[in-house]
Design a protein around this ligand. Structure first.
Ligand code: GLU
Length: 513
């Protein structure tokens, strides 16, 4: 790499919630910047007023914060190139657009929406698509055909105009991409993109993006594959401005694909298969909602780890990476060219790994809040203890509540299947014997009573599993769960005896069959 300072940017448009593909783009930019001791900039590209969605920008910032992807320059942080929101930079762009008109790389066009619509429909009727390009630009209402006077008159009297890029007629554009290698595209298939519109005094994405990347001294553009078709235009814009020497290097990231592999991962896939495609919960101004990883109970570290490996591989078997490890290991040349298939099960797997590595004390406040929501208050110490009993069974944070609820609240009903299987006269008789053993202890300590139970079971050749499952059914209402003696210790002797009596009262003496 040249000794140019690494400066990368994440440049989202606030058109809705940030898709996880966008989060991955931000992440790769962040990792690349941090690894090279460079700058990571967040720039908001909000020049398309028609697609602007209130709340989307705030959502983007909050999502990046939740993920731990922190910019050192940007809308929120400020910096030497402020402002970083394009709508606040609108005065900058016109003079650059005009520079291209003056040097012959762009021109004014006055065509009305109606004219363009008619041309589009005519082309469609002939079975083709209308393209605004070298074949038509000299015949339409452009500064290439009209006299300079007429152009000035029209502008003065307030006609709407746009500035279009004058795409070369037949030129091979030679480009390099850090992931895809060398690419050649012929301009004959490209149209004259609009760069600036007088109607709202705003640039389009292409102009604002190139001008800002130049002014903000961006060294590498790392973005989604959907921008690859724009790359020839961007190369030509750099050339037209005379900025080829400082033009950034490009890297286009592969798409995130549906779990089945075909096509881009969409919200519909998530809705159908029950997983989020957005980092945070989103509610649109119209009231439409979408679920988020945060609200579904994923830990940000797990989410980031999962995303990092969607499209990039470390070249080893290692799967678990902290942010610092990712910063050290990430390289663009290990980013794949082909789409990365999203795997919701793998996302859950990652979360389980991170959840199991959290200490019980770290998770205690989460559980206390969930318990509070069902009217149970407990101490951090009790919450941590309860978590210790069930943590290995949890995948997502919300699992903590159903897994521990019975440790705090006695069952009000007993699972039918477990009852049919275990609540039988013989088991119930043995349960009563067991109850007497608990009663004989001054304090119920699992480690103390366990050897005594083993001795009793062994001496009388009793079915240990059946007794324990019957006890579990009496204590927590189902026959599966963590070690039942640990549960009894947790709820204490008095509560254990009370729950056994309640089960006996409700379920009776059991069937003899
Ligand atoms: N505003 C563009 C987007 O929303 C940025 C594309 C780029 O990074 O050049 O994705």
């Amino acid at each position: 790499m040249s000794n140019r300072r690494v400066r990368v940017r994440f440049a989202p448009s606030p058109t809705g919630p940030l898709h996880i593909g966008g989060v991955r783009t931000a992440l790769y930019n962040y990792l690349f910047a941090r690894q090279h001791g460079g700058d990571f900039i967040v720039r908001i590209e909000d020049t398309d007023s028609q697609r602007f969605v209130p709340g989307a920008e705030q959502y983007i910032f909050e999502a990046l914060k939740w993920c731990g992807i922190n910019a050192n320059e940007g809308v929120e942080q400020g910096g030497p190139h402020a402002p970083y929101r394009q709508s606040e930079r609108r005065d900058i762009y016109l003079r650059y657009a005009l520079q291209l008109v003056e040097n012959g790389n762009a021109y004014y066009a006055f065509d009305s929406a109606q004219t363009l619509d008619t041309l589009r429909r005519e082309a469609e009727a002939n079975g083709s698509a209308f393209a605004y390009n070298y074949q038509v630009r000299n015949k339409l209402e452009t500064s290439l055909r009209l006299s300079a006077d007429e152009v000035q008159q029209r502008i003065k009297r307030g006609d709407n105009w746009v500035i279009r890029f004058k795409m070369p007629e037949n030129e091979d554009v030679e480009m390099d991409d850090l992931i895809r290698g060398h690419i050649t595209t012929n301009t004959a298939s490209l149209d004259d993109k609009v760069l600036y519109k007088s109607a709202d005094s705003l640039p389009t994405y292409h102009l604002a993006n190139i001008v800002d990347d130049h002014l903000m001294e961006i060294s590498h553009v790392i973005r989604g594959e959907e921008w690859l078709p724009s790359l020839p235009l961007h190369y030509l814009l750099y050339r037209a401005f005379g900025w080829t020497n400082t033009q950034p290097q490009f890297a286009h990231l592969p798409l995130l694909l549906k779990p089945q592999g075909q096509g881009k991962l969409s919200k519909r896939d998530g809705d159908k298969m029950g997983f989020p495609v957005f980092p945070l919960h989103w509610k649109s101004p119209e009231g439409e909602e979408a679920r988020g990883y945060r609200e579904d109970g994923y830990l940000p570290e797990a989410f980031i780890n999962m995303l990092a490996l969607l499209g990039w591989n470390p070249g080893t078997e290692q799967e678990l990476f902290s942010m610092d490890q990712l910063i050290a290991a990430f390289t663009l040349d290990r980013v794949g060219k082909s789409g990365a298939r999203f795997n919701p099960d793998k996302a859950r797997w990652f979360n389980a790994q991170y959840l199991h590595r959290c200490t019980n004390e770290q998770l205690a406040p989460e559980l206390m809040a969930m318990l509070a929501s069902i009217g149970v208050s407990t101490t951090p110490d009790r919450a941590a203890k309860a978590i210790g009993l069930i943590k290995e069974r949890a995948t997502l944070l919300p699992d903590l509540l159903p897994l521990t609820e019975r440790l705090f609240v006695a069952p009000s009903a007993y699972d039918q299947k477990s009852t049919d299987k275990f609540w039988k006269a013989d088991n119930v008789r043995l349960l009563n014997e067991l109850k007497a053993k608990f009663d004989a202890e001054t304090q119920l300590i699992a480690a103390n009573i366990e050897p005594k139970i083993h001795e009793w079971v062994k001496g009388n050749q009793l079915p240990m599993g059946q007794i324990m499952n019957t006890l579990r059914l009496a204590i927590i209402g189902v026959s599966q769960g963590p070690s039942i003696l640990d549960i009894c210790e947790f709820i204490g002797k008095a509560e254990t005896l009370k729950r056994i009596e309640a089960a006996l009262a409700t379920l009776g003496e059991g069937r003899t069959a």
